[in-house]
Design a protein around this ligand. Structure first.
Ligand code: 6PG
Length: 250
């Protein structure tokens, strides 16, 4: 088996963003070159905002074959798609509005649905219909982009939540006690089936979670759900800025 995990520490958040934007560009070019399309799941939160603006600047110049890309979301908050807190909304304003992608190739999660269990099931069906599984039983994204919260959550896989235990469903409706909200999220089986996963984490407030993430602590997956991200037959690239990695042994 080849390299399955690599860790990159960049001096600043801006350099980390630049590196990830270049990685995404090459993953999309390689995937469309090899298979005709690229299947990408985007992250939410605040960290990717600058990254999406950077990617948008590659926009229509033809550097990235965006028209052959299908866009999904790894998680969504329980708000309408035009809400300021919606992950889709943030990606739309900072990236998708600037790209030559047909609207039918963009697949928002309905985090505001009245029945979130049904919404999770429907999103899973959409993923299964569109993203090829290539002989296996699970759809394989070319890229799942993730961030991490200071509490170690990734996508909306928060500590002490039921979605962490999910082995069958690929998308879950996950009640998050600390937020007292329910979010839609990819589960580990779907994330870990991807060809490439990029975890981009910047900022001082993430230092403790990053240090646990990179430690040998056997219990870390419960405390830092991001440590359950481990592609079965793909590459995990973790990109940190120096502030986020300052307490870690890399
Ligand atoms: C979300 C996410 C989440 C995010 C982390 C980091 O909806 O919040 O997708 O997993 O990536 O919470 O968020 P920040 O970038 O805001 O720190």
């Amino acid at each position: 088996m080849g390299l399955s995990r690599r860790v990159c520490v960049e001096p600043t958040a801006e350099r980390a963003t630049d590196l990830v934007s270049e990685l995404i560009k090459s993953i999309i070019c390689e995937s469309t070159g090899a298979r005709g399309s690229a299947f990408v799941a985007l992250a939410g939160g605040t960290t990717p905002h600058a990254l999406y603006q950077r990617l948008a600047s590659f926009g229509t110049g033809g550097e990235v074959p965006w028209a052959d890309t299908e866009i999904f979301f790894g998680d969504e908050r329980d708000v309408p798609l035009d809400h300021i807190e919606s992950n889709y909304n943030m990606a739309q304003r900072s990236l998708l509005d600037h790209l030559p992608i047909e609207p039918g190739r963009i697949h928002p999660m309905r985090g505001d649905a009245a029945d979130l269990v049904a919404a999770a099931r429907e999103y899973e069906q959409t993923v299964r219909r569109i993203v090829p599984s290539e002989g296996g039983s699970l759809p394989r994204f070319d890229l799942v982009l993730l961030g991490m919260g200071g509490d170690g959550h990734t996508a909306s896989l928060f500590p002490n939540t039921s979605a962490l235990e999910e082995k069958i469903a690929l998308v879950a409706s996950n009640f998050v006690p600390v937020l007292n909200r329910t979010r839609l999220t990819f589960t580990y089986p779907l994330i870990n089936a991807a060809r490439n996963v990029i975890l981009l984490v910047t900022g001082d407030d993430k230092a403790e979670a990053v240090s646990l993430l990179l430690s040998e602590d056997a219990q870390k997956q419960k405390r830092v759900p991001a440590s359950g991200v481990s592609p079965v037959d793909g590459l995990l690239t973790m990109v940190f800025d120096a502030a986020a990695a300052r307490r870690a042994t890399v």
